[in-house]
Design a protein. Structure first.
Lengths: 121, 121, 121, 121
């Protein structure tokens, strides 16, 4: 299996060959990521939450591609700010763990309004 | 530096402790990812593309947290479908490279409509 | 009841007093509308489709405000292009009616992939 | 020119003929509106804010259709909650005017972080 660093280098090397960095300011990258997130969501539209667990093979294929696209834009944005994405994720996990102690968060995510925001983390 | 697998295990282990998997059907996860993408975008609202390259320290901190949140939801969705996210990204890069040969894509992303879709990849 | 034209004039007159038109290029307005749509969606996150029909009074109040905000941005964008929003909607309804004859669309929106796109119209 | 009420009746009458109300719970409608907002935004992707003021005729046509689609989903959601959309907009304008007095908001929307949230209103 390829490791994260190798994949991110591949993504950036393709971009360099196409000279696309000139268009990739963070405002446009954040727009692109948001548009891709909408395309991901489209696969679940008009479904119940139960139905969303049973995608057709075509829908599943499309979902996988959208997830990959979103990761590619995360990589571009990480490069823009010269950040180590995994290190940021680790920091965020620590924030979540201290903010939302398990004994409070357990089982409650959807039913109690005060936990709603938490659920997004 | 932590590797991807270790981080993804941490993310899922926190979720298990809170018993949140019961709320995490893919329809809701895709909604959450889309909402987070909107929150990321909010940091660039009312800015020109040039201004978007010069965030305040507070905005930058917020951007990093949103990128981490988006990665966390990519991880949940990958777990739902039991997919190896990096492997999917590798496949998508290969698709992009064959679909958009460098000699055609070079420099053109923003100016030629036909290349617009491509730029999202 | 106030009519549409009066309301749209009020929206634009408040903007003029604040001199906000200078920031309201269509790229930023479309971003703002997309961010607001994410905030609307947040009221339904972690709910089943059934639960989404039974919002708390606080959530309902918030939903109404988000719908109003989205309408305000539709008005700004209509002003930008000097278009009559209702006339555009009428045209779109006619397009939908001819593209999706009732005998084909009836009852099928969610179950048949080919109708998915249609359902968005 | 058609008035708002007539248009909204047309929108709902087409929906009734297709029996689509069964799929139109608010969670799915909010998803649809968010997806449409992403499609609107796509017309401005990779553009500078200046370029976004000069769309090609094809892009402009597409923008108008997306604005119409978003209005259609506002109508469905208003029907769901039996609200008078224009009345809600009027209330929101009053909220904005009292929250953001002109002497403070004037000219400042994009440059001062504290005014950012306000700008969305």
């Amino acid at each position: 299996m390829a490791d994260l660093e190798t994949i991110q280098k591949k993504i950036l090397s393709f971009r360099n060959e196409c000279d696309w960095a000139q268009f990739h300011d963070p405002k446009n990258l954040a727009e692109a990521l948001s548009i891709e997130a909408g395309e991901l969501l489209e696969n679940f539209l008009w479904k119940t939450t139960e139905q969303s667990r049973n995608l057709s093979p075509d829908e599943l294929k499309n979902v996988k591609e959208e997830l990959a696209d979103i990761f590619i834009f995360l990589t571009y944005l990480s490069e823009e700010y010269k950040i180590d994405l995994l290190a940021e994720v680790e920091k965020k996990i620590a924030v979540n763990e201290s903010k939302y102690p398990v004994e409070k968060a357990k089982d409650r995510v959807a039913s109690i309004p005060i936990y709603k925001k938490r659920a997004l983390l």
